[in-house]
Design a protein around this ligand. Structure first.
Ligand SMILES: *[C@@H]1O[C@H](CO)[C@@H](O)[C@H](O)[C@H]1NC(C)=O
Ligand SMILES: *[C@@H]1O[C@H](CO)[C@@H](O)[C@H](O)[C@H]1NC(C)=O
Ligand SMILES: *[C@@H]1O[C@H](CO)[C@@H](O)[C@H](O)[C@H]1NC(C)=O
Ligand SMILES: *[C@@H]1O[C@H](CO)[C@@H](O)[C@H](O)[C@H]1NC(C)=O
Length: 397
C-alpha cells in the first residue's frame, strides 16, 4: 500500500552485517501468499560488471510455440524494441537455449510490408533481415514471427499471435537470457495485449532483492485490493512507449524540507540498477546524506556511486529515511537495501548511496531514472488503461 506515513528519521539496521557476511543468499522459498494469482516467478540473476559491483537481470520462464518451448527471458518496460527471442539456427552456435521455429506447429511468418513488419526493406516475401558473413554469404539474421505464448501459471494461459523478433545469428543482446518480453506501451507489447477485466490491470511485478525472496511478474494482473493510491502516467514525445511519472520530491524526514525535483519526469526502468537524477537534487541528497552519515568512514567511490562508506566491524548502522514522493500524494519509502548498495571488497563491508548523477545528459523532459534497486520488494502496478501506476510496499516478502 502506498503509505503517507513516514517512519522515524533513522532506521535501525541490526542485521546488516550478518547479511553482508553471508553474501550468498540461502535458497529462497516461494511464498504463494505474497504473490497475486496468475504470476510468474521472477529470478534475480546477478551480473558482475565491475569488481564488486554486481548488477542484476530479472528473468521469468515462458512457453512459446506449439508444443510450448520453455524459455527463460527478461522483460523490459522501456521502448527498447519489440519482444525478441534467440532462435535456431543461431549462426554457428547457440550459447543460450534458443527457440526452434521449425518445431512449432502454430508459428506464422509476418509478411514483408505488413503493418506488423517493422523492417523497411526485407529479403524475400517474409519480414526477414539479412546479413553478409565473412565469406560473402548472405544469411537471414532476424525474422519476425507470431506464435502462441504460454504463461505457465495454474492453469496455464495462452495468448495467440504474439509477435516476436527471432534473432537467428546468435547475436548477443544486453540480456543474458533467451530473449526479452516487451512490456512497453507499444501496441504489440504484452502489456497492450493483456486480457483485461474490471478487476485486472495490464501488468505488475515485484523485483526480488539479493537476499530475500523470489519476486513475480503478472500479466493481466489482479488489481490489488484496498485503497491503493496511484500516480498518473505522463506523456513524453521522446519516450512515447515508456512509463513516466511525476516524482515531485525526495522526502527525508517527517517535518524536514523535501528535496524538490525541478521540472521533469521520472522514467521507471527495469534495465538500470541505480537511480539517476539531474545534478541539483542529486547534489542536495548527497549533501544531506553525508551530513547524516558523518560518523561513518568514507570509502572510495564505486563506479558511478560517489557516496560510499566502510562499515567493517560495525554491528549496526543507521541510515537516513528516503521517500520517493510522487504526484497524487503517492509515496514510496525506500528500504535500506533499496537506497544503499552493499558489497564486500578486500574483506571490507562497504555500502554506497544507490543514487547517482550520470555523466550523460538526460533526454528532454526526463529528470530521474528510477532503477531496479529502488523498486525491489515493491509491487509496481501498471494500470495502463487508466494511465496510472501504483506501488505496494513489501510485496515480495
Ligand atoms: C514447460 O514448463 C511447464 C510448466 O512449468 C511444464 O509443465 C512443461 O513440462 C515444460 N515443458 C518442457 C518441454 O520442459
Ligand atoms: C515465408 O513464410 C512462409 C510461411 O508463411 C514459409 O512457408 C516460407 O518458407 C517463408 N519464406 C522464406 C524465404 O523464408
Ligand atoms: C478507503 O478509503 C475510503 C475513503 O477515503 C474510506 O472510507 C475507507 O474506510 C477506506 N478503506 C480501507 C479498507 O482503508
Ligand atoms: C580476506 O580474509 C581471508 C581470511 O581471513 C584471508 O585469507 C584473505 O587474505 C583476505 N583477503 C584480503 C584481500 O585481505
Amino acid at each position: 500500500m502506498a503509505s503517507l506515513a513516514i517512519s522515524s528519521t533513522h532506521l535501525r539496521l541490526l542485521t546488516l552485517l550478518v547479511l553482508l557476511l553471508a553474501p550468498s543468499p540461502s535458497s529462497s522459498t516461494w511464498d504463494s501468499q505474497a504473490a497475486p494469482p496468475n504470476s510468474l516467478p521472477v529470478t534475480r540473476i546477478p551480473l558482475n560488471d565491475l569488481p564488486s559491483l554486481s548488477e542484476a537481470e530479472y528473468h521469468v520462464i515462458i512457453g512459446y510455440g506449439t508444443p510450448a518451448q520453455n524459455l527463460s527471458v527478461g522483460f523490459n518496460t522501456r521502448d527498447y524494441g519489440p519482444t525478441f527471442l534467440q532462435c535456431k539456427p543461431c549462426g554457428t552456435a547457440c550459447d543460450v537455449p534458443a527457440f526452434d521455429p521449425s518445431q512449432s506447429s502454430s508459428i506464422d511468418q509476418v509478411p514483408c510490408g505488413s503493418p506488423d513488419c517493422p523492417l523497411k526493406t526485407c529479403s524475400g516475401p517474409n519480414c526477414t533481415a539479412t546479413t553478409v558473413n565473412g565469406n560473402g554469404v548472405v544469411l537471414p539474421s532476424m525474422t519476425v514471427v507470431t506464435d502462441v505464448i504460454t504463461l505457465p501459471w495454474s492453469p496455464p494461459t495462452t495468448m495467440r499471435n504474439v509477435r516476436a523478433n527471432c534473432l537467428l545469428m546468435g547475436t548477443r543482446t544486453s540480456d543474458s537470457s533467451s530473449g526479452i518480453l516487451d512490456l512497453s506501451r507499444d501496441i504489440h507489447s504484452l502489456a497492450s495485449r493483456a486480457p483485461l477485466s474490471p478487476d485486472t490491470v495490464a501488468f505488475s511485478y515485484c523485483l526480488p532483492s539479493l537476499t530475500e525472496t523470489q519476486g513475480f511478474l503478472s500479466i493481466g494482473a489482479p488489481r490489488p485490493e484496498g485503497n491503493m493510491t496511484y500516480t498518473a502516467l505522463r506523456r513524453n514525445d521522446v519516450f512515447p512507449k515508456s512509463y513516466l511519472v511525476r516524482l515531485v520530491g525526495l522526502g527525508l524526514s517527517i517535518d524536514g524540507a523535501d528535496i524538490p525535483i525541478p521540472g521533469g519526469d521520472a522514467l521507471i526502468a527495469v534495465g538500470t540498477t541505480f537511480t539517476y537524477m539531474v545534478y541539483e537534487p542529486y547534489a542536495a541528497l548527497r549533501k544531506y546524506f553525508r551530513s547524516q552519515m558523518a560518523q561513518y568512514q568514507l570509502a572510495p567511490r564505486l563506479g558511478v556511486l560517489d557516496t560510499c562508506y566502510d562499515f567493517t566491524g560495525l554491528s549496526d548502522i543507521s541510515v537516513p529515511t528516503i521517500t520517493l514522493r510522487f504526484a497524487g500524494e503517492v509515496s514510496l519509502e525506500l528500504g535500506v537495501r533499496q537506497k544503499m548498495y552493499f558489497h564486500r571488497r578486500d574483506n571490507r563491508s562497504l555500502g554506497c548511496l544507490a543514487f547517482a548523477n550520470p555523466a550523460y545528459e538526460f533526454p528532454p523532459g526526463v529528470a530521474v531514472i528510477i532503477g531496479t534497486l529502488a523498486q525491489e520488494m515493491t509491487e509496481v502496478v501498471y494500470d495502463v488503461r487508466a494511465e496510472k501506476v501504483g506501488f505496494v510496499s513489501n510485496r515480495c516478502d
